[in-house]
Design a protein around this ligand. Structure first.
Ligand code: FAD
Ligand code: MLT
Ligand code: ZN
Length: 478
């Protein structure tokens, strides 16, 4: 291992190899504190060519390479495995890949290093009068490379689609150190397999992404945010459906259940949005349409025909809009402060959301019944179930506080429920290490075989993020 560290130091300079066990442990533990692993060191290359040399050196030593961006992932994909693998893996951090080119006003595109944060892309786009289509509460740490690798969604997916829709090209290093991809940003092309799209959502298992060409969008400042008290997810989904057809620029449609609202208020001291409580809340953000129209008139015209609930707060100025968003934006942090949650990021068809949520409590209680409670149990040892998410695209985040964080039974039961309702066991966070056993519930044997074939072709020795995304192969007959 000493030779590997020396070889890596020769590539990046010894100051960019971190081997102090306490420092490495910080990189080897994920944001949720639920997943942690072992690594030999952290290497911080500063260019595609250094990444290529690092990957070659690791391959020569047989050391697995774990790609890591902002380490805000929620499924254990950005950290090494907890087993004491030999040789131990190397965490390749993209924190020094922070080059950011000028916005090309002709194409509305920008070229960014994999380690550039989403907040920086957003600020850069805004300074050119544009916007980046992906936004998420982890924006200050989540990176271009990490969001591409997970095909991240976020609060504006309903308007602009997930990260895949924003990628106009990329550069990546394959397991043998070769560099592939293009940053030309040209959108026409019909010459075979599209590597950029193959690598989007590949969670570091096929290549290390080093740079990306991103498509920006016209700026669409919000005209208003509506915050509605609803009878629950079914009404929130129905209202979202009506909004989608009634207003021309629905930028976001987000759901928070009563438990989520209570927790975020408890943790951050936010005031109650209404005098009475509701089973769930819908936050909808509507864009201003271009033109001279007054924003207030526009909103009245757009929403006049909608059966909005009696408890609907409407904000039209920046301060009011931020105050309503705070209930949603601070939720993940609030849950993390309450304990280490079981997080299940599921997608469910809109028509099934009501039934899914109706069965959820029973499923969680049944799965948690036999488990030892964790230190963050809800009152009376009952699990605390919080449901929120991007209802506009049928993506719900189920968070369960209480059962031992080391146990996966509750997670599996909720994921099975999503699959039983025609949903997906991962909507935007990826599969990581947490969900590999559930892939077969929503992907066919043929699809899994094709995915394995791609992995074997691009990474025959299984050096890139082993144990992430694909379940371990079982020997025939076993
Ligand atoms: P990491 O966590 O470092 O890595 C994530 C995965 O990508 C790992 O498998 C890793 O190996 C791989 N990877 C990272 N960089 C590269 C690279 N350069 N090349 C190849 N593989 C790479 N996610 C959403 O989708 N929508 C949300 O709304 C959302 N909100 C969040 C809010 C909070 C408060 C937090 C903490 C997280 C949230 N997330 C959300 C999850 C997380 O931010 C995303 O998954 C994000 O895409 C991870 O980016 P990252 O740079 O932190 O990647
Ligand atoms: C969000 O939408 O806030 C996230 O995906 C984070 C989470 O699931 O906690
Ligand atoms: Zn989300």
């Amino acid at each position: 291992m000493r030779n590997l560290l020396a070889d890596l130091g020769g590539i990046t300079g010894p100051g960019h190899i971190l081997a102090d066990p306490d420092v490495v442990a910080g990189y080897a533990t994920d944001w949720t504190r639920r997943y942690a692993g072992h690594a030999a060191c952290v290497v911080l290359p500063s260019s595609t060519s250094q990444v290529s040399d690092v990957v070659r050196a690791c391959a020569a030593h047989g050391a697995p390479v774990i790609s890591q961006g902002g380490n805000t992932g929620l499924v254990g994909g950005s950290i090494p495995s907890p087993s004491a693998d030999e040789p131990p893996p190397v965490i390749l951090s993209t924190r020094r890949l922070t080059g950011l080119g000028p916005v090309d006003r002709g194409s509305g595109q920008v070229t960014a290093g994999a380690g550039v944060t989403i907040a920086r892309i957003a600020a850069d786009a805004a300074s050119a009068g544009l916007r980046y289509g992906v936004d998420l509460a982890s924006r200050d740490s989540a990176t271009v490379g990490g969001t591409i690798a997970t095909n991240a969604g976020g609060i504006h997916t309903i308007r602009y689609g997930p990260t895949r829709f924003q990628v106009a090209g990329l550069t990546a290093v394959l397991a043998d150190g070769s560099v592939v991809g293009t940053l030309s940003g040209r959108t026409a092309g019909s010459t075979g397999y599209d590597l950029a799209h193959l690598l989007t959502g590949s969670e570091g298992t096929l290549a290390v992404i080093t740079e990306a060409r991103l498509q920006l969008r016209p700026a669409e400042p919000p005209a208003a945010v509506l915050f509605c008290g609803t009878a629950g997810i079914a009404e929130a989904a129905e209202l979202t459906g009506l909004l989608k057809t009634a207003v021309s620029g629905l930028l976001a449609a987000e759901y928070i259940d009563a438990e989520g609202l209570a927790l975020v208020r408890e943790m951050s001291g936010l005031p109650a949005p209404f005098p009475s409580q509701h089973p769930g809340y819908l936050l909808a953000e509507i864009a201003r349409t271009p033109g001279p129209q007054d924003a207030a008139d526009y909103l009245v015209e757009q929403t006049a025909r909608l059966p909005l609930p009696a408890d609907t707060a409407i904000a039209q100025d920046a301060r009011g809009i931020a105050a309503l968003w705070a209930y949603r934006e601070r939720l993940t942090e609030a849950i993390a402060r309450a304990g280490i949650p079981h997080k299940i990021d599921a997608a469910v068809p809109a028509s099934e959301l009501g039934a899914f949520c109706g069965e959820l409590d029973g499923v969680v209680r049944a799965a948690a019944g036999s488990l030892r409670a964790g230190p963050e149990s809800g009152s009376g040892d009952q699990p605390r179930v919080i449901v929120f998410g991007h209802v506009g695209v049928g993506n719900l985040h189920v968070n369960v506080l209480g059962p031992d964080p080391a146990d996966m039974q509750v997670d599996a039961a909720v994921a099975r429920l999503a699959a039983a309702h025609g949903g997906s066991v991962a909507a935007e966070h990826g599969v990581g290490r947490a969900k590999t056993d559930w892939l077969a519930w929503t992907r066919s044997p043929g699809e899994l075989a094709a995915m394995r074939a791609i992995k074997r072709a691009l990474d025959p020795n299984g050096l890139l993020n082993p144990g992430v995304l694909l379940p371990p192969e079982t020997a025939p007959g076993s």
